[in-house]
Design a protein around this ligand. Structure first.
Ligand SMILES: Nc1ncnc2c1ncn2[C@@H]1O[C@H](COP(=O)(O)OP(=O)(O)O)[C@@H](O)[C@H]1O
Ligand SMILES: [Mg+2]
Length: 271
């Protein structure tokens, strides 16, 4: 069987359950809508918003959806996927997002470059920069301690750089450290992405099948239950299980996907 013959078998127009969904194909889940409202509020007042949830619960997708609502004539989104590197590495990522090249590795120089650019955007160009730090739970404690210096303008009186910190739940613990207090004290909202219940998982699977061009749902009710349980209510694992189950069913020339097909798929992935 070729790599996509299951798509032919099920009459799918494109690969189902993909990670790089078009923004207009993103499902507006209740957690996503609730988070987007909170993010907008925090951005509006130039504060910090925190987004937490397990890996694969839909955080990055929701950030992308929310960022897409910010009109480019009014906002400049600076998106950083955090690493466990030093503050210098973080500043370099941010400078790259700001289209600034520098060979300097002086913290003072980099900070000044960033702040000058933020002021220029906010004051000069009347565009509100919005810093999104995805995977912020990976940031080191010393980076958190340092981070507030680039978000403070004129002794904290000018809220020119709203920040969205997204990551796994340990982000909360990291922000509770004494050295992170200057940053944490500016957090005004927190959104949490929950594992979804079976009904929401069914909606989710149907949504993705529809995007992929399927007219009827080949998953038996017990298969959906198996995906929901196997994925622990998390979307990314559900993607793998659902796609794997379609492949398993197609290889048996079965037009219906059963719980056994889901189990077969589960035996091949590391959950
Ligand atoms: N609202 C959504 N609509 C459609 N698919 C989604 C949605 N949220 C998540 N997904 C799917 O689940 C996958 C994992 O979501 P992601 O946002 O990367 O999770 P996280 O950032 O929390 O680890 C995405 O690649 C996408 O396929
Ligand atoms: Mg993510």
């Amino acid at each position: 069987m070729s790599a996509n013959s299951y798509q032919v078998f099920f009459g799918l127009q494109r690969q189902p359950f993909v990670a790089d969904l078009d923004r207009n194909h993103i499902l507006e889940t209740s957690d996503l809508l609730a988070a987007a409202d909170r993010l907008e509020y925090a951005i509006g007042i130039g504060a910090i918003a925190m987004v937490t949830g397990e890996v694969g619960s839909g955080k990055s997708t929701a950030l992308r959806w929310a960022a897409g609502r910010l009109h480019p004539s009014k906002y400049r989104v600076l998106w950083i996927t955090a690493t466990s590197g030093s503050i210098l590495e973080f500043y370099r990522q941010l400078l790259a997002e700001l289209d600034i090249n520098t060979a300097s590795s002086s913290r003072a120089v980099l900070t000044r470059l960033i702040k000058t650019q933020i002021v220029d955007l906010a004051q000069g160009k009347k565009v509100r920069p919005v810093l999104i730090v995805d995977e912020a739970s990976l940031l080191r404690l010393d980076v958190f301690a340092e981070l507030h210096t680039i978000t403070q303008f004129e002794g904290d009186s000018k809220p020119w750089l709203p920040v969205i910190l997204a990551g796994q739940i340990n982000l909360v613990d990291n922000l509770l450290y004494r050295t992170a207090v200057p940053l944490a004290s500016r957090i005004v909202t927190r959104s949490h992405f929950h594992a979804v219940n079976r009904e929401a998982m069914e909606d989710y699977l149907n949504h993705h099948l529809k995007i992929a061009g399927l007219k009827h749902n080949p998953f038996e009710a017990t298969a959906i239950t198996a995906i929901h349980q196997g994925a622990g209510g998390l979307f990314r694992t559900a993607n793998h299980l659902a796609r794997g189950a379609l492949i398993a069913a197609a290889s048996e020339k079965s037009q219906t996907v059963t719980a056994d097909h889901v189990r077969l798929a589960a035996s091949e992935i590391l959950l």
